[in-house]
Design a protein around this ligand. Structure first.
Ligand code: ADP
Length: 485
């Protein structure tokens, strides 16, 4: 079976978050199950630089009306997965992130940029494709590629079946109605059952309305988004397509995230030999300028700084944590007010709080390995990856029990501890009080070395690999059958 993945990022060619990890590692995991998966994504400078064996496959000229466009083919630097890059210098070769300029402002032409990606991706799935590799199915990820199922479903002629995955409903690709003519859809698609959303265009809705099947990244999130509290205005649309919506939890790349051989950490360790973890903690304290004390609890947090991730809750309880002698290490970037609040906190509490603003993959590994605890108080979390990394690194996570956090962390209640299932700590309300209560409970258990090691071991032994979830995607693809006419 041949599957074309359409995505705006794929690790390691371009990454701003979990989407890139999932696209890169799911494609590789499917390959191991004999589903030949190729990724189509924009030719950003980082992707052009790192793609292996690049060669020009097609020259579209100005066929799509977005300026000179070519298609490059190559492979991933870290797996045999094939990649197509849509090369358009004007739209994609910029310094900044895939979505925004250096100041964090969205590129004003994002609708055009991702429409071009979708138009090319859709073309590769039709009889007009310049390739001799023809996908049996197209799997699009998030709003940036949501137009692909819509373009295929509304065209005349045959097409492969389509799957659309929602990695985060908070990102919907909403643009003024004036972008509609460039999308390449029939006028009838500008309706409530199509891409229209309160008078605007919602590219996410293009995927929700037209894909044959929908998936999201955890079973709990699949239920939650059908409710107003989590649906971000689209709960009705999700509920209407409930029968076609499946939640499949993300896996992690267990080769990249493995404390027994991680090249980014100063000492290796395993569930049988945890000594190396102490060395990682000491090295991390030294690196970050934290007091080098082995027994002080060190809590880490990594991620985009936004309302979603709940860093504001942590700022609210910081005085209490500091009074208890807890150390806090924070890595992330995003909301300027949150960034500066954490920078100030670190300045005012040198030796106890360390803040690193920016994106730093190796440091993320050292934090997972060196901390005692990992904090993820997300208000909502489609799946989340860091809580899985942290369990694998013997760093039990404290999480708000929503979405994928609820599906991947077993709370250390008395029964779960007794049965050896407990792997972390969950709280049920996104409030400072609930977070504080969870941390207090955690710190009490941390003092009990035997229980603590059981919790660490349960997380470290868990199977977070892609194998099971990739097999579920393969079954889903198989259910969809062949070409539609
Ligand atoms: P989301 O996709 O919502 O941002 P996830 O937990 O699903 O959150 O995935 C985030 C991914 O990005 C993880 O691999 C995490 O380690 C990584 N990450 C996020 N921020 C940073 C950062 N500042 N430095 C290094 N890695 C980061």
């Amino acid at each position: 079976m041949r599957v074309l993945f359409a995505a705006s990022e794929a690790y390691p060619l371009a990454k701003t978050g979990g989407l890139a990890d999932v696209v890169g590692s799911l494609a590789a995991a499917l390959g191991e199950l004999d589903v030949e998966t190729r990724i189509i994504m924009p030719g950003y400078p980082s992707a052009l630089k790192h793609m292996q064996r690049a060669r020009v496959k097609a020259d579209f000229g100005d066929l799509f009306g977005f300026g000179p466009t070519t298609l490059l083919a190559g492979t991933m630097p870290n797996s045999p997965v094939g990649v197509y890059l849509v090369r358009n210098a004007e739209l994609f070769e910029r310094t900044g992130s895939p979505y925004a300029d250096a100041t964090g402002a969205d590129w004003p032409d994002n609708a055009r940029r991702f429409t071009l990606l979708c138009r090319v991706a859709a073309a590769l799935a039709t009889e007009h494709s310049p390739l001799n590799w023809h996908p049996d199915l197209v799997h699009a990820h998030d709003w940036q590629t949501a137009l692909v199922p819509a373009l295929l479903a509304t065209r005349r002629g045959g097409r492969p079946p389509t799957v659309f995955s929602i990695h985060n409903v908070a990102f919907q690709g909403i643009f003024p109605a004036s972008v509609f003519p460039e999308l390449g859809l029939p006028q009838s698609a500008f309706s409530i059952d199509g891409v229209e959303f309160y008078g605007n265009v919602s590219l996410l809705k293009a995927g929700l309305a037209y894909a044959d099947r929908l998936t999201t990244v955890s079973p709990t999130y699949a239920r939650e988004i059908q409710e107003p509290r989590f649906g971000m205005g689209l709960d009705g649309v999700f509920a209407a397509r409930s029968a076609d919506l499946t939640g499949i939890v993300n896996g992690i790349d267990e080769r990249l995230w493995d404390p027994t051989r991680d090249p980014h950490i100063p000492a290796h360790y395993s569930v049988e030999h945890l000594e190396g973890k102490r060395a990682c903690k000491a090295a991390l304290q030294q690196e970050l300028g934290l007091r080098e004390e082995a027994t002080v609890p060190l809590i880490a947090m990594i991620g985009r700084m936004t309302e979603q991730k709940g860093q504001d809750l942590v700022l609210g309880i910081a005085p209490w944590l500091l009074a208890r002698g807890v150390q806090l290490a924070v890595l992330g970037s995003g909301d300027r007010a949150l960034e500066s609040a954490f920078v100030t906190l670190a300045k005012d509490h040198r030796g106890s709080v360390a803040t690193r603003i920016g994106y730093d993959e190796p440091l993320a590994h050292r934090l997972e390995a060196g901390a005692d605890l990992f904090l993820m108080p997300s208000r909502f979390e489609p799946c989340g990856l860091n809580q899985m990394y942290s369990q694998r690194y013997g760093t039990p996570p404290i999480v708000h029990a929503v979405g994928g956090l609820a599906d991947t962390v077993t709370d250390a209640g008395a029964q779960a501890i007794a049965s050896g299932q407990a792997s972390g700590f969950a709280f049920t309300e996104p409030t400072q009080e609930a977070l504080l209560a969870a941390i207090m409970r955690t710190l009490t258990l941390l003092r009990n070395a035997q229980t603590w090691q059981r919790i660490q071991a349960a997380g470290m032994r868990r199977d977070f690999g892609w194998h099971r979830s990739a097999a579920r995607y393969r079954r889903l693809y198989a259910e969809l059958g062949g070409y539609r006419s």
